[in-house]
Ligand binder design. Structure first.
Ligand code: HEM
Ligand code: HEM
Length: 236
């Protein structure tokens, strides 16, 4: 009989749910003019929490390390063949999930950074030669790619739940346990110390980004247009 084994430690699970909440909030608030600073705050949170996760990929516990991400072409073929036969169980991320995770890390950081650069050029904090329109477009494209990756991720989890319900992958991001043969994962003191920074620093960036000043009110086109029209109406 296969035992339950502890795979995802508390910092990984907290990271996961904080990322899921902050990405969803940043995405929705990006569309709403009234909540710009809250959008910056959640967006900065996403970028920072992913940045720390990337570092964890080099010195975190075994299954969080990039060296445990089987992303090679051969691994992908093997994964697809074994998927329907349920003949191979992956302790960490499976090959396709590993690709999606790495893409989420890269696109997530790029999206957050492009958002900041967009804000900075729009509000004359930095003078970059990239142009506001280009940065705005890039930011929107990266946000859409991020959303597509999340949809892939959710589809993967759903398919896994249908085809391999006994492996316990779905529950693992809540409880930390999967039904796989593996060595129990434990964090060393340095990883514990790092995890505290990982979960505290993003809140500091949230706070800092919330305080960003919006000086270029031209960017709030729709709002100011409406106001001008209204003022014009009064003068007549
Ligand atoms: C915006 C929403 C979400 C994002 C951005 C997201 C992102 C991620 C990331 C980056 C990981 C890798 C964690 C790591 O290696 O440290 C992961 C793993 C995981 N996520 Fe999500 N997630 C989201 C929503 C969800 C939801 C709603 C569920 C299901 C309830 C879910 C279930 C899982 C599971 C089960 C794993 C572990 C997969 C495995 O063992 O290979 N995620 N997710
Ligand atoms: C990964 C995190 C982020 C996501 C998912 C995200 C998503 C979005 C989305 C969906 C939009 C609306 C695009 C459109 O349809 O026009 C948007 C707009 C915008 N975002 Fe972000 N964003 C993130 C991070 C940031 C950050 C960190 C900043 C700045 C500090 C930022 C600044 C902006 C600005 C200035 C706009 C244009 C708002 C406007 O003028 O109406 N974003 N973002």
């Amino acid at each position: 009989m296969i035992m339950k084994n502890y795979i995802w430690t508390l910092p990984t699970r907290l990271f996961h749910w904080l990322l899921a909440i902050s990405f969803t909030a940043a995405y929705i608030l990006g569309e709403l003019d009234e909540f710009k600073n809250l959008h910056f705050a959640f967006g900065a949170f996403v970028g920072t929490i992913i940045f720390f996760r990337v570092l964890f990929g080099f010195f975190g516990p075994k299954h969080s390390r990039f060296s445990d991400f089987p992303i090679g072409f051969k691994n992908q073929v093997e994964f697809v063949k074994a998927f329907f036969a349920n003949s191979k169980v992956y302790v960490g991320h499976n090959p396709l999930a590993s690709l999606v995770m790495i893409s989420i890390f890269i696109i997530g950081i790029a999206c957050s950074l492009s958002g900041f650069l967009f804000y900075a050029t729009e509000n004359n904090v930095l003078s970059l030669n990239l142009g506001e329109d280009f940065l705005g477009e890039m930011h929107e494209i990266l946000a859409t790619l991020f959303l597509i990756l999340v949809i892939f991720h959710l589809a993967g989890i759903f398919l896994d739940l249908i085809f391999h319900p006994k492996n316990g992958i779905f529950q693992s991001i809540f409880t930390g346990y999967k039904n796989v043969e593996a060595q129990k994962v434990e964090l060393n003191s340095f990883q514990k110390f790092f995890s505290v920074l990982w979960l505290v620093v993003p809140f500091m960036f949230f706070y800092l980004a919330f305080g960003l000043q919006i000086t270029n009110h031209d960017s709030e086109n729709s709002k100011s247009d409406k106001t001008e029209q209204h003022e014009g109406g009064d003068d007549d």
